[in-house]
Design a protein around this ligand. Sequence first.
Ligand code: 13P
Ligand code: ZN
Length: 269
Amino acid sequence: MKETAFFNDFLRMADDAWHMGWHESNGGNLSYRLRDKEADEIRESFMPGDWHKIGVGVPVLASSFFIMTASGSHFRNMLKDPETSLGIIEVDDTGERYRQVWGYANGGRPTSELAPHLLNHQVKMEATGGVARVIYHAHPSDIIALSFVLPLEDEAFTKELWGIMTECPIVFPSGIGVLKWLPPGSLDLAIATSKLMDRYDAVVWAHHGIFAAGADFDSVFGLVHTIEKSSGILLKVMSTGRDRLSGITSGQFKELAARFDLKLDERFL
Ligand code: 13P
Ligand code: ZN
């Protein structure tokens, strides 16, 4: 296990995210859908446990394997103690149940956000023809802070962030979704998020954090980093209390779209 690329990439992202300050205590969770050949490579080390209900049906993910952080685990400890801090689960052939096949030492279990992770793996897998493999949830301060001062609407967040840093429309051309506060770990949160993730790669969970998806660890880390950095710039600009003397115009967004071949959602221009 410890020699496989996906395992080391997973740990590197978790450790980088810890150093970014996005994971106080046990905040946040991360999962990756294994390729068949990656699961085959480590199958000999599997020790399957009992089957448990997922709570949502994910038939598209039937018989898939995921590496996923453990509930209550600290990103700070991911590198030091991976066997306890994370594990591998298998979804059954109906998509209704899962079992732990590796890790989760000392009686651990997958993240309490198992339902949003799996439901959104399913949504993103369908939306991207199987390209998306990573789902990530973090608690970055500036995104959370913004959710107290901006209207909790996709349009308000997308327009403000696109307009504050040129990289934003390039990194998230379809915009970002926003959800009002819902209880962590709830089915309501999982379902509400999945309704936005077919359109967006990131959804703000108001007063809680962010939920993001992508093809690989680099793209998801980069997406969250871009949203958090631009949220910080926006908060700084707001905090000056001064009027803005300039900004990125609608025409400049169109220029950007032409130059980088972006399909910017018209609603946000
Ligand atoms: P877990 O420790 O169960 O992953 O929960 C952390 C969290 O951020 C819940 O939203
Ligand atoms: Zn959380």
